[in-house]
Design a protein around this ligand. Sequence first.
Ligand code: SF4
Length: 151
Amino acid sequence: MKKVGFFSFTCCEGCIIVFLELLNKKYFEYLKKMKIENFRQIKTSEKIKKLDIAFVEGAISTESEIRKLKEIREKSKLLVALGSAAVNGYPSNQRNNFSKNKKQEIQKLIKKFHQLKSVEPLKSFVKVDDEIPGCPVDEALLSKKIDSYLK
Ligand code: SF4
């Protein structure tokens, strides 16, 4: 039985929804093969446990997200970037390419919400073991990848 966690950073959380939809087909199979330890959308406790697999969606936009991502990395044997925001930053990183004027315009908000200068993918801060691209991820590909991790 693999211990699994799902985590969301700066994103629309659409890739986690794809996983929830996948449960319509795979729930009883996964029930035998994985124990979900962390999953903010369905569990109240966010204490990060020791994990076999961490699925991480979203890009990184604050110092607190960096700290949490590093803790997930320390506690996980396999860390998987789930979706393009986690893999390469897009679309969560669109403000990185704003014009100089636009960047000045949003400066107050950047400070107010303790945002980093730029929004970056997971691999800018930690080692990522595997990547599942797509915005959102393709359900069939996600299913295939999960099957390979649960072997
Ligand atoms: S990759 Fe796209 S769909 Fe998935 S969480 Fe990020 S923004 Fe949402």
